[in-house]
Design a protein around this ligand. Structure first.
Ligand code: SF4
Length: 201
């Protein structure tokens, strides 16, 4: 959602580079993602860093935290021999955004979880570190369709091993991959790009 070229550089070309924003994000996840931390309060318990996979969508990922609340309408948890309602929670270091980058990610995680547990989740939560608030996100039909469409596009690029071209250069300033991306390639012929790069070198 942020930038399809950034996704291609990371997942097709195995490129990575840190900047202050990615380091801040990693710091927020350090405690959240520790699977050794076990918390339980009354009839609620928490699982951290839960791996999920969807064979239908052809994706895998990790849910930061799942809060399980005892509820006879929930899913059966064999280690507890009882039913619990899962609330999936994603942690973000910033604040809520106008764009739906975060909600699409959460919904994709929810859809993979649903497939694994044969259940339907109506909503999940995103906790923003900057506002220290949990935002409730409903998994609407529209949001689910967007997830399916984006994953279809990703799979097409992945199987062709084609890294998408840059489309929105406004985002490049804050992107940790801008030193690897050649984001100004879009408006340049290959010959001009090579000349410019050689001149810079
Ligand atoms: S520098 Fe710009 S085009 Fe390149 S990956 Fe980052 S956001 Fe995308």
């Amino acid at each position: 959602m942020y930038c399809e070229r950034q996704w291609g550089l990371i997942h097709i070309e195995n490129a990575w580079s840190e900047n202050v924003l990615t380091i801040e994000g990693t710091q927020v996840h350090e405690r959240v993602d520790d699977p050794e931390i076990f918390e339980s309060r009354g009839e609620t318990f928490y699982s951290r860093s839960v791996p999920v996979v969807s064979n239908k969508l052809n994706i895998q990922g990790v849910i930061d935290i799942i809060e399980f609340q005892k509820n006879k309408n929930g899913v059966f948890i064999s280690s507890k021999s009882d039913y619990y309602m899962p609330n999936i929670i994603e942690y973000k270091h910033g604040s809520p955004k106008m764009e739906d980058y975060d909600t699409v990610q959460l919904c994709a995680q929810a859809m993979a979880f649903e497939e694994m547990k044969n259940c339907i989740l109506d909503f999940g939560f995103i906790f923003y570190n900057q506002t220290k608030r949990r935002e409730k996100i409903f998994f609407t039909t529209e949001l689910r369709e967007k997830v399916v469409m984006l994953i279809k596009q990703m799979n097409e690029y992945y199987f062709k091993q084609v890294t998408p071209l840059p489309v929105n250069l406004k985002k490049c300033k804050n992107c940790s991959l801008n030193n690897l991306c050649a984001y100004n390639i879009k408006n340049m012929s290959a010959e001009d790009y090579i000349k410019k790069t050689l001149k810079e070198i």
